[in-house]
Design a binder for this molecule. Structure first.
Ligand SMILES: Nc1ncnc2c1ncn2[C@@H]1O[C@H](COP(=O)(O)OP(=O)(O)OP(=O)(O)O)[C@@H](O)[C@H]1O
Ligand SMILES: [Mg+2]
Length: 146
């Protein structure tokens, strides 16, 4: 069975936990393992934080969008912003690359997302914003969403 949901919220740091918990609550329909739940919560947290602090530079008038689809044990997540975008996506995806070293960022967000998920696609253009698409197959692929 197929299921999907969408969320949109203001680019406020307190909404990062709202997004993470909401995605986790929806995901429970697929009966994930504790590790899978933790991994997906972590990637949502990383992507949403990036949209808030890099995409919108902490300007709360920005909106972050999440689309989530689940089918036969497969999870597709899209986290999108209409913020400043990324000049060089390949460079941004490198481990330890950060454009905000002064803010004690470690440059590991994309690397974590890539490691915890099966697939990651980043589409971004300066001035138009960023889309991060993430896909993961859960181990119990017979799990159904009722
Ligand atoms: N949504 C986004 N909008 C604009 N730039 C982004 C966005 N997401 C990532 N970036 C750019 O890509 C870089 C790498 O992101 P990544 O999440 O890997 O590291 P970080 O956010 O700098 O540090 P960390 O995630 O470890 O705190 C960022 O420093 C930023 O320049
Ligand atoms: Mg980050």
């Amino acid at each position: 069975m197929k299921n999907e949901m969408s969320l949109q919220f203001k680019a406020l740091s307190q909404n990062e936990s709202f997004a993470r918990v909401t995605v986790a609550a929806f995901l429970t329909q697929l009966d994930p393992t504790m590790d899978e739940l933790t991994e997906i919560k972590t990637v949502v947290s990383e992507a949403v934080t990036n949209s808030i602090i890099h995409g919108y530079n902490d300007d709360p008038s920005g909106i972050v969008y999440i689309d989530m689809k689940m089918e036969d044990g497969m999870v597709d997540l899209e986290i999108r912003d209409e913020g400043q975008g990324i000049m060089d996506v390949e460079e941004a995806r490198q481990p330890l690359f950060t454009s905000k070293p002064d803010m004690e960022r470690s440059g590991m967000g994309f690397t974590i997302m890539e490691n915890f998920m099966d697939q990651m696609e980043v589409i971004s253009h300066p001035g138009t914003g960023t889309i991060v698409r993430l896909r993961k197959h859960l181990t119990k692929s017979t799990a159904m969403c009722n």
